[in-house]
Write a protein that binds this ligand. Structure first.
Ligand code: NAD
Length: 478
């Protein structure tokens, strides 16, 4: 971080990204392209005073936004969704340049913001209370907005995680201050511009860049912020939960994971092995839902590894802007260092894929076969393209191993036995499970973690309730 001219990323008419400079001096943070290590922008680091000013503006905007007629709020959110759609390619290119996401993933992510906005644009007019039968009058409930919601976003999925917070929060009548991660602020800044262009009044959605310890923590301590929606590491999540307790502030926490991909002997083994890399190496493994422990029934363990090897070696790692690339670089030198620490020289590497050499934060898809369930790579979240494969004996053993973690975010079960699929899905302590698939996220279904993977749920039909307080009103008729 240093004092320098502020610059930012913009798009020329040809869809390419370039840097523009503003005539201002302030403390900034250099933002890199993780595939090339080139500086693509220098972004302002806001101070605590500036954060307070943004929160004050959001609190003022709340007084009018909460009274915007539901149909008008819906119309504004639909317009915002339309603008995201019209700028989808630009948003995707920003994410390729800033986060090293493959262009295919980045297009999906921008499309997800559009879809989430469209889905919750239908919500203001359907934000129904209840009429509860009581004696002597009428009892009705209202879902009242909370006020200012602070959303803290990590670097691994900057666009979707921002949208999962701001779309339902705004639909419920709250205003939002949103802090992207220091190293991946570009797409959030562009989404903030599109919100204004769509006609959302100033102060309704404010993107404020800065550090977690200053801007993010101020969301926790400033009394005008009614709720903090945090996605990131379990370590910081615990701190936020403890800090929020001071004001009995509402929190939603989406934290880490160490999810199991359970492969039974009765599964379609070829398919399970072919799909396993996509369950863990997507986004270079920087996915809280990564199935980073593959548990395989001992009777098919060796055969599974034989089938997995060509799938891993064939995983296409390279320039994230190329249409056929399946995995790009890690997001930063720091994350590369973390991932490398899990694969020391003596690591039990079964086989590895390939990755480019030269500039960029590259690490190849790597498969480990540790002997001990207490091995660090088995226990800790790696957040990189490294997976461990472990054998299990039977259904009970698979469930025991899957649950042998402090986390509980997602997981997969591969079997051709429907009864077993349901039994195991019910027994694994995890918020999001898929059978014969690695799908975790749909905007119309709830998403969130058990145990230390978090608290609360995002997305799905009930998300507005997380951004409202229920008010009960009794009207006497006698
Ligand atoms: P991080 O916890 O360091 O940072 C996440 C965000 O919190 C960033 O915006 C950061 O600036 C901010 N922050 C950091 N310290 C803060 C503080 N004291 N007060 C307020 N805000 C603070 O995590 P990261 O390195 O960005 O992301 C990687 C981790 O996040 C992984 O452990 C991963 O599992 C987890 N994650 C979980 C989910 C999920 O949905 N469960 C999604 C993405 C990432």
């Amino acid at each position: 971080m240093r004092k320098r001219r502020l610059s930012s990323l913009c798009e020329g008419g040809d869809g390419r990204l370039s840097v523009i400079c503003h005539d201002q001096y302030m403390t900034t943070f250099d933002v890199l392209n993780p595939a090339t290590e080139a500086i693509i922008a220098s972004i302002k680091q806001s101070t605590v005073a500036e954060t307070d000013a943004a929160i004050d503006a959001a609190a003022r905007a709340f007084e009018s936004w909460r009274h915007v007629a539901p149909a008008d709020r819906a119309r504004l959110l639909r317009r915002f969704a339309d603008l995201v759609d019209q700028n989808l390619e630009q948003l995707a290119q920003i994410e390729v340049a800033n986060a090293g996401h493959t262009i295919g993933n980045a297009r999906w992510e921008a499309g997800n913001v559009r879809d989430v906005l469209e889905y919750y644009a239908a919500a203001p007019e359907r934000n129904l209370g209840k009429q509860i039968p009581v004696a002597g009058g009428i009892d009705i409930t209202f879902n009242e907005p909370l006020g200012v919601v602070g959303i803290i976003v990590p670097w691994n999925f900057p666009m979707p995680i921002a949208g999962w917070g701001f779309a339902p929060a705004l639909a419920a009548g709250n205003t939002v201050v949103l802090k992207p991660a220091e190293i991946t602020p570009m797409s959030a800044l562009r989404l903030g511009e599109l919100a204004l262009e769509a006609g959302l009044p100033a102060g309704v959605l404010t993107i404020i860049t800065g550090t977690g310890s200053e801007v993010g923590w101020r969301f926790v301590t400033n009394e005008k912020v009614a709720k903090v929606c945090f996605t990131g590491s379990t370590q910081v999540g615990k701190k936020i939960m403890a800090g929020a307790a001071e004001q009995v502030k509402r929190v939603t926490l989406e934290l880490g994971g160490k999810s199991a991909n359970i492969v039974f002997g009765d599964s379609d083994l070829e398919l399970a092995a072919a799909r396993a890399p996509y369950g863990v190496f997507d986004n270079a493994g920087q996915d809280c839902c990564a199935r980073s422990r593959i548990l395989v029934q001992r009777s098919v363990f060796d055969r599974f590894l034989e089938l997995l090897e060509p799938a891993v070696k064939g995983f296409k790692v390279g320039d994230p802007a190329s249409e056929d690339t399946e995995m790009g670089p890690l997001v930063s030198a720091a994350q590369l260092g973390v991932v490398r620490s899990f694969v020391p020289d003596e690591a039990p590497v079964a086989f590895q894929g390939s990755a480019p050499v030269g500039p960029g934060f590259w690490f190849p898809p790597t498969v480990l076969t540790p002997q001990s369930p207490s091995d660090r790579a088995v226990v800790e979240e790696i957040f990189g393209p490294v997976v461990v494969v472990l054998p299990f004996e039977d259904e009970a053993d698979a469930i025991r191993l899957a649950n042998d973690t402090v986390y509980g975010l997602s997981g997969s079960i591969w079997t051709s036995d429907v009864g077993r699929a349901i039994r195991v899905a019910r027994a694994v302590d995890s918020g999001n499970l898929s059978v014969n698939s690695h799908s975790s996220v749909r905007y119309s279904t709830p998403f969130g973690g058990f145990k230390q993977s978090g608290i609360g749920r995002e997305l799905g039909p009930d998300a507005l309730l997380s951004f409202s307080d229920v008010k009960n009103v009794f009207i006497a008729t006698e």
